[in-house]
Design a protein. Sequence first.
Length: 378
Amino acid sequence: MLAIGLMSGTSLDAVDVAVVEFAGDGCDLLHYQQFPIPDSLQSALKAVGPHTPIGQMLDLDAGVGALFALCATEAIQACGVDPAKIGVVGSHGQTLLHSPQPATRNSLQVGDANRIAWATRIRTVSDFRRMDMAAGGQGAPLAPAFHAWRFRSPQVTRVIINIGGIANISILPPRSEKAVCGFDTGPGNTLLDQWIQRHQGMHFDHHGEWAASGSPNTELLAALKSETYFGAAPPKSTGRDLFNLGWLEKLAGAVLNALPPADVQATLLELTAGTIASAVETHAHAAVEAFVCGGGAHNKRLMARMADLMTPVKVGSTDDLGIPPDAVEAMMIAWLAWCRVEGVPANLPSVTGAERPVLMGAIYEPLQKPQATSPKEK
Ligand SMILES: Nc1ncnc2c1ncn2[C@@H]1O[C@H](COP(=O)(O)OP(=O)(O)O)[C@@H](O)[C@H]1O
Ligand SMILES: [Mg+2]
């Protein structure tokens, strides 16, 4: 079966589209494409907060749905496969809020899947997180289940590190009877992106070059590492709701203002690399090799710091495993959609904390089956 995965993460940098072929217990990436998010939509999404009017939220739901629908149809054309062979489209949507604490347990992704199903005329699956939440889980991270399915090594403990806006790790022991562990480690690129945006008006720090022009500040780093999230035991997941410039100011406002902005950037890079490395050290003693995916895999400075801090674990990118780092998350969404239509539970209770494995995602059917009759005609 062919499946499409549509993904846009917390970075809001692009919509990622993967066309994937599933056969037996394997899959192949047939096509991968990134589509820009129009500036106006991007800023409206970034501006969402607790007081955003409901009408505006619905506009965003429709706007993201329409954009994802366009991305899917253009990717199908560019890929050249027969649309009739595509069994399902999976759409993650754009997260506006992720609140996994037991008292709230909610997560909101917008991007009306009805519009995607209608535009593509392909069955679409969306809302992947909330059945796990209903079953007592955090609905996140979703990726470890796919990483375990696709990347597990028969011989050694392997770690997959996804560095998007937020970073998450999957610890994959070699034997299938051992449970997979996975959680969000904290900030990936998000603080680096937000800080350079504020000071240089750029979307991201190319290869960490600006960070490399400064020096990490020990006092600032210690203040940021005092965040309780870093020491909390898994299951745990987080988002930009926690890690943002307001968080930075709250923990270290005075130090922050006294430092050259490039030193702050250097410290933030150290924070990302250091919190990932210490999560691996604490929770993956047996790790032999780690493979990075997500946009952070392109940041040469960040990759070099992680390789230093994680020695003797060998650090590479998922390119070494045959999958481009940018495509992994969209492939994961295609896999989730495929699991849903195949009736296969795709959450890992050992990762999310759910009571049991559940079917993830709601199905949107664009067309009536030929034999179906309307209630009136019965
Ligand atoms: N060449 C690069 N140098 C440094 N950072 C990069 C580079 N390419 C991408 N990135 C980072 O990756 C981010 C996008 O990563 P992505 O995995 O798409 O995150 P998300 O899942 O949150 O959308 C960008 O915002 C940027 O911070
Ligand atoms: Mg992205």
